[in-house]
Design a protein. Sequence first.
Length: 319
Amino acid sequence: MSMGWQVYVLVLVIFGIVSNWVLLRWTSRYEITHKQGQGDTTGHAWDGDLTEYNNPLPHWWLRLFQITIIFAIAYLILYPGSGVYDGVLGWSQEQQYAEEMAEAEQQYAPIFAAYAEQAPQQLMNNSDAMTAGFNLFGNNCAQCHGSGGRGAIGFPNLTDADWQWGGSHEQILTTIMHGRNGVMPGWAAVLGGDAGVTNVANYVRSLSGLSHDAEAAAAGQQPFGMFCVACHGPEAKGNPMLGAPNLSDDIWLYRATLESIKDTIANGRNNQMPAFVDTLGADKVKLLAAYVQSLSRAAQNQTAEVTAAAANPAASTQQ
């Protein structure tokens, strides 16, 4: 806070205390000298005969106001409330927060250190560890990915088997620990404007079996092969090393409508997930990575089974 604002706050504080004290002193000078039902009135009347008398406040009520003023002065002596004075106790919200965090760290650090020694599979099978991971997720991840991890537009669903940066424990750990920067450039100028963007958008929709304009999609296949396969691959399966999503499935980060896909192609997308290693520490991040992986464990196991069956159809038939 600059000196000008500090002086401004100090003046307001002093004016508030002094003006209230003067007002109370002025009000307390008046005594009731008339009998009940007689005396000066404020001139206000309701229902014809209900009159408001100009009586002073009761003494006990005035004393309560005076006590609050005394309390305010004592508070300003002990705590930083005037803008220029830190208070006798030297209290600050930053200091209190740091002390509470240090106390919590001392209490819970051994627990998270013990979890960090376990393998990811052990953590996922440990109900206490997953409860702690659920709490970490709720405090740090649910704001973007939702309390159940199902995501939202622009925020990935963590409960399926589709992973933009890879779904192994090591890849998830790297994502949470160091964050990710997803950047797709805009291609409107390169594709020749709206017509070219529309063609490629229709081709992209055709890759995942969505309704599309066949003629436009055919026209968009060649520019897709020239400009898009470098990141998304020749089969549009994506590339976790680059954070390029799979365009051949039915999972879309920014919706699958033609207009949304056109907007993505024309103007690009810029996503950033912050790093949490400094906020949570390595032990908590490892536990959180195991919890995130557990959210999609069933989907990943199913995908692995389908892949294995496709690779060995004979074994699948025997089963």
